[in-house]
Design a protein around this ligand. Structure first.
Ligand code: HDE
Length: 712
């Protein structure tokens, strides 16, 4: 059984997978037919009047083949066009009956099938994965009570407070309409023009320019429902709720230089990472978290709990982890599943309801509307990936691409010919009953006063960042605003972000050639929320990737010990060399090269290891690619390890001087700035332990000053 089959077997018992089985089709060993089932005798030559003559209209096979091809594309999503979908399941830890009657949140033994689509927002379908952007994290739960969609992002707040401005923010951030430049990037005049004219964007911009917007992997991102929803229990009691996904591997990011290089070297970096992890059986896991508030607590905070530009700080309103999602199956067909899946925040089940968050209210209109055009009519719920596992019975009929053959002559209600069936369900029968919220007010086009503070939480976010995270945000401002042509806009960015922090504004100004603010502003807010800093996340080396640089004449004993220890720790390793093929060690043992320098780069690994073996090292020292590999990994703050003669290669690189003091005399492991070395040892145990510990740190920001001098 190959890996792919294995991953499907693990979701075999899942009800959704069982349903999809009816639609899966393999074409191996079959005779070619037309779409009418007629066998085709030749598909390489069209029917012509003479072998050099014109093609004939009557060639039905030619016309059908070309016509189908001509119509193969559907419009890409207006936002979140580039995505990647996977299957999995969700299990609640304990019954949530006290808070919600949603059936899939009652019984820990029930595995609810899910389909998750991760996405970028701005780029088109063929754009690169690693661009600076928000990531979508949409989950469809196929529950017994119908589909529930949690359509989330990896950033907990949004650019705007009212959905009526969505077309504006999207037009501003998408490529400019005259030349369609730049692709998948906010670094241009129209976006920053929108920002400086829309102060409510301030908090979101801080997140967008932070490391959150360049994740290391979809497997290492949080998800946030952003909007405020409601939980309703069996007694009809409601509570406000915000949803979170917490990845068990922690929240980790790339660095900007690496993200940009990856966009060229491997534009599919994130989808490949997820596809490979699932095929290897390293199933990504996320805990579902909820923040809950009693209705009476609605006005207890210095922010409006319905304002989507605000977080509910976890330190004030804790996240309760209520269950776990495991992603264990890749799709069989990208178009059929990932492209045709249709999410909608309005797909809710009894026990989950909405709030008056004005962004959510607008979203409730937009998703169904966009899907009608994108999926060509009102029957897209019949597409296999969108079908609920719960039965569907209603009087809706016809429309483009109707699959169901409805048998009755009755398609209206009320009716007596069919005893009024299909009949509305009572609440006890599971009928969805909207929460009876009391609403009163004049019709107004106005924003609530309680939505007017745009800077306090932007400052809170800034205050919560570590030194390295702050530095990354400043550098991101330098790139983004540095790419803006209009000088006035640049100046207005500086002035706007002076409201967040005076130091921040001064540093932005210094990098983009603007005037620093005359009076450094500070909202006077010193509060922070440690939970939003990635410094405080889970640290684990599991599923990371190590590059091992080797040439002929390496020390096999060293390499094999290290590789075994890595595998035992759930870390993957790959041998990199100048050429593909086999390499031979000093004692005649052979190892296969996984990648050569033209097919990979340090940017695709979390760490680098250089083993001893004089001849291997002598060759590597003459290779610019190998030295560049080390320099670049160092610059990107990654863990670097070298044993015995391997250290000489580090000495020949631009990082010389780090972790090498005394390295040639002492048989002890030295760790300095995430560079781990040991000489004069044959047992690699202590080294690998330190090396794996180093990798668990994700990055070594302590190198900040030194790395600036590295020309990679
Ligand atoms: Fe969306 N969003 N959005 N959005 N959104 C779409 O629906 C929209 C918002 C999110 O993988 C569209 O089917 C409005 C917040 C994800 O298929 C569209 C507003 C959040 C996905 C749409 C928002 C999201 C979408 C485009 C109010 C995080 C991809 C294609 C300002 C909670 C789903 C589609 C997938 C997709 C509208 C804001 C998440 C146009 C009007 C906030 C993950 O309907």
């Amino acid at each position: 059984m190959d890996k792919k089959q294995q991953s499907h077997t693990s979701i075999q018992k899942n009800t959704k997978n069982h349903q999809l089985e009816d639609y899966r089709k393999s074409h191996g060993e079959q005779l070619l037919t037309t779409n009418q089932g007629v066998r085709v005798s030749n598909t390489d030559d069209s029917l012509k009047a003479g072998d050099r003559g014109p093609t004939l209209m009557e060639d039905f096979h030619f016309r059908e083949k070309l016509t189908h091809f001509d119509h193969e594309r559907i419009p890409e999503r207006v936002v979140h066009a580039r995505g990647f979908g996977v299957h999995g399941y969700f299990q609640v830890y304990e019954s949530m009956a006290e808070f919600t009657k949603a059936k899939f949140l009652q019984d820990p033994s029930v595995k609810t099938p899910v389909f998750v689509r991760f996405s970028t927002v701005v780029g088109s379908r063929g754009s690169a994965d690693t661009v600076r952007d928000v990531r979508g994290f949409a989950t469809k739960f196929y529950t017994e009570e119908g589909n529930y969609d949690l359509v989330a992002n990896n950033i907990p707040v949004f650019f705007i407070q009212d959905a009526i401005k969505f077309p504006d923010v999207v037009h501003a951030i998408k490529p400019e309409p005259n030349n369609e430049i730049p692709q998948a990037s906010a670094a241009h005049d129209t976006f920053w023009d929108f920002v400086v004219n829309t102060p409510e964007t301030a908090h979101m911009i801080m997140w967008l320019l932070s490391d959150r917007a360049i994740p290391r992997s979809f497997r290492m991102m949080e998800g946030f429902g952003v909007n405020t929803f409601r939980f309703i229990n069996h007694q009809g009691k409601a509570r406000f709720v915000k949803f979170h996904w917490k990845p068990l591997l922690g929240v980790h990011s790339l660095v900007w230089d690496e993200a940009q290089k990856l966009a060229g070297k491997d534009p599919d970096y994130h989808r490949r990472d997820l596809w490979d992890a699932i095929n290897m059986g390293a199933y990504p896991e996320y805990e579902l978290g909820v923040q809950m508030l009693e209705e009476e607590e609605e006005f207890n905070f210095d922010f409006d709990i319905l304002d989507p530009t605000k977080i509910w700080p976890e330190e004030i309103i804790p996240v309760r982890r209520i269950g776990k999602m495991t992603l264990d199956g890749n799709v069989d067909n990208f178009f059929a599943e990932t492209e045709q899946v249709a999410f909608h925040p309005g797909h809710v089940v009894p026990g989950i309801d909405f709030s008056n968050d004005p962004l959510l209210q607008g979203r409730l209109f937009s998703y169904l509307d966009t899907q009608l055009i994108r999926l060509g009519g009102p029957n897209f719920h019949e597409i296999p990936i969108n079908r609920p596992v719960a039965p569907i019975h209603n009087n809706q009929r016809d429309g483009y691409h109707r699959m169901t053959i409805d048998r009755s002559s009755v398609s209206y209600s009320p009716n007596s010919l069919q005893g009024n069936a299909p009949m509305p369900a009572s609440e006890t029968e599971g009928g969805y009953v909207h929460y009876e919220e009391k609403v009163e007010g004049k019709k107004v086009r106005q924003r609530s006063q309680s939505f007017q503070d745009h800077y306090s939480q932007a400052t809170l976010f800034w205050n919560s960042m570590s030194t390295a995270e702050k530095q990354h945000i400043i550098e991101a401002f330098h790139f983004e605003v540095g790419s803006v042509m209009d000088k006035q806009i640049k100046q207005r960015v500086v002035d706007m972000f002076n409201n967040v922090d005076g130091q921040l504004a001064a540093q932005i100004a210094a990098g983009v050639g603007a005037t620093p603010p005359a009076n450094p502003g500070n909202a006077g807010i010193t509060a922070s929320s440690p939970a939003v800093s990635q410094e405080n996340t889970v640290k684990d080396a599991k599923t990371r990737k190590v590059a091992i640089l080797l040439e002929n004449g390496f020390n096999h004993q060293e390499v094999s010990q290290v590789m075994e220890a890595l595998t035992a720790a759930g870390v993957h390793s790959e041998i990199i060399s100048k050429n593909l093929g086999m390499l031979t060690s000093v004692d005649g043992q052979q190892l296969e090269v996984g990648k050569n320098y033209v097919t990979t780069g340090s940017i695709k690994y979390d760490a680098v290891y250089i083993a001893g073996g004089q001849q291997s090292i002598n060759t590597l020292m003459m290779q610019g690619d190998a030295l560049h590999f080390i320099n670049e990994a160092f610059k990107h703050a990654k863990t670097i390890g070298a044993t015995n003669e391997g250290i000489d290669l580090l000495m020949a690189s631009a990082i010389q001087g780090v972790a090498m003091a005394g390295a040639d005399t002492q048989a002890q492991v030295i760790t300095e700035m995430g560079v781990i070395t040991v000489r004069n040892v044959t047992d690699m145990k202590n080294f690998t332990k330190e090396f794996i510990n180093g990798m668990a740190q994700h990055r070594h920001w302590i190198r900040q000053n030194k790395k600036q001098m590295i020309p990679a």
